[in-house]
Write a protein that binds this ligand. Structure first.
Ligand code: NAD
Length: 426
């Protein structure tokens, strides 16, 4: 019985729907790791398919009284190492295939950095910018209610992702808690600190990107950086890299891209939050979206969406180091081309793991009803990020692998080992 296709080459990935393209990329990376590790076909099938996928219809009452229905998803990819963990995305293009790919990457990421979670992801196919704040709250609460059978502090713990934030997590925590009859702060991470959120969580993914970039660069001094995506991850990644001594020359968001010899990142952040985006920032030139990806810079940080570095543009990418703030920004074709060009890619499951690391620390604090200082959180984050980077780098050097291949070999290997030790029920 064939239940999934296992893409073993990179052909055919171009031209697919973005979600399917991401899922094929994730399965391609898994197949490479399975081959490297010598895992059997049955285990490969198990790892290539999610344990549980839930599709929900979310009715939303608009301000004018109309009711609309949007599609929502929650996918638990793997539970062998602990409860499922993963963000919730609100984006019009999200679909089941994309959420499944993102859940799979979460499984390897948690295993790679050694935190006791499986992988999950959620999404609602909606553009949050088209909803009023009250509509957004109603939709979020109804979605939380629909996925409530799957989530819980010991089962599956959501967090913010594209289009969601601390407020979204507060609404989900409240909805879950009201249904439970008592406060359950550990059901989500990335909450406001007043509700049990961890100090350091808001900037954790970006701090991790900075740590990974500096580990790969050696020295930050004057290295030029371009960052695609100026949201929760990209804006602070740009800030932290500038703080470390890099020269940030270009940033972009969905509405445009800007370039200057040296951007004052704090000033761009203030401008973007006051004006709804980076376009129009007065001390920089406007450039095309795609141009940013092809700038002659030392470091490129894709921190927006999947599939932006592809077979079509990878030949023109000049960055020597690519640090994946986003999940899945590089297709397998682009990976091969970039490796041939001598570029180093710090893969998503390593580079952006800072977010789930501090989410884990938040959950640990919640389960103990205790909170740590920002300094304690940062030390633990740094320790886990640097440890994971060293392990990946060493395996890559010893076995002649790319950093992505090494990261997947470690992550997939740990999940496979958990399955071996637990055995198969019944
Ligand atoms: P966000 O919604 O806060 O920001 C996304 C940014 O990308 C926005 O600035 C948006 O305008 C921009 N964008 C969208 N399309 C673009 C395009 N075509 N060109 C340029 N910019 C574009 O989301 P986020 O939380 O910062 O997530 C960004 C990426 O990081 C996603 O891939 C997400 O899965 C990944 N990630 C996020 C976290 C986290 O803690 N938030 C953790 C790990 C990985």
């Amino acid at each position: 019985m064939t239940i999934v296709d296992f893409p073993t080459t990179t052909s055919g990935i171009q031209g697919m729907a973005p979600g399917q393209q991401a899922l094929d990329a994730a399965r391609f990376q898994l197949a490479e790791a399975v081959r490297f590790l010598g895992l059997d076909d049955g285990l490969h099938r198990m790892l290539a398919t999610p344990r549980r996928s839930l599709t929900v219809s979310v009715p939303v009452r608009r301000e004018d009284g109309r009711m609309e229905v949007v599609q929502g998803y929650r996918v638990q990819h793997n539970l062998s190492r602990g409860p499922a963990k993963g963000g919730i995305r609100f984006h019009p293009d999200t679909d089941l295939a994309e959420v499944t790919a993102l859940a799979m990457w979460m499984t390897w990421k948690c295993a790679l950095v050694g935190i006791p979670y499986g992988g999950a992801k959620g999404g609602v196919a909606v553009d949050p910018a088209t909803l009023t704040s009250r509509e957004l709250e109603r939709m979020t609460r109804r979605y939380a209610n629909e996925i409530q059978p799957l989530i819980g502090p010991e089962k599956d713990i959501p967090a913010p992702d594209v289009g969601t934030d601390e407020q979204t997590m507060a609404w989900i925590m409240d909805t879950y808690s009201v249904n439970a009859g008592y406060s359950v702060p550990g059901v989500v991470t990335g909450k406001p600190t007043t509700l049990g959120g961890s100090l350091g969580r808001a900037g954790a993914t970006s701090r991790g990107v900075q740590i990974a970039a500096l580990a790969a660069l050696g020295s930050a001094d004057g290295r030029t950086v371009a960052v695609q995506g100026f949201g929760k991850v990209g804006a602070l990644a740009a800030q932290y890299l500038a703080d470390a001594g890099c020269r940030v020359v270009a940033v972009s968001d969905a509405s445009g891209a800007i370039y200057s010899e040296r951007l004052d990142v704090a000033d761009v952040r203030a401008w973007a939050s006051a004006n709804g985006g980076v376009p129009g920032y007065p001390h920089a030139d406007t450039i095309a979206h795609d141009e940013l990806l092809e700038l002659d810079v030392d470091v490129l940080v894709p921190a927006a969406l999947e599939g932006v570095l592809t077979g079509a543009n990878a030949h023109r990418v000049k960055a020597r180091l690519i640090v994946e703030g986003a999940n899945g920004p590089t297709t397998p074709e682009a990976d091969l081309i970039l490796a041939d060009q001598g570029a180093t890619i710090v893969p998503d499951i390593l580079a952006n793991a800072g977010g789930v690391i501090v989410s884990y620390l938040e959950w640990v604090q919640n389960t103990q009803a205790y909170s740590w200082s920002a300094h304690e959180v940062e030390i633990k984050l740094r320790d886990l990020m640097e440890g994971a980077f060293r392990e990946v780098n060493t395996l890559a050097a010893d076995r002649g692998l790319t950093l992505r291949e090494a990261a997947h070999a470690i992550g997939v290997g740990r999940v496979a080992e958990a399955h071996r030790l637990r055995g198969l029920y019944p």
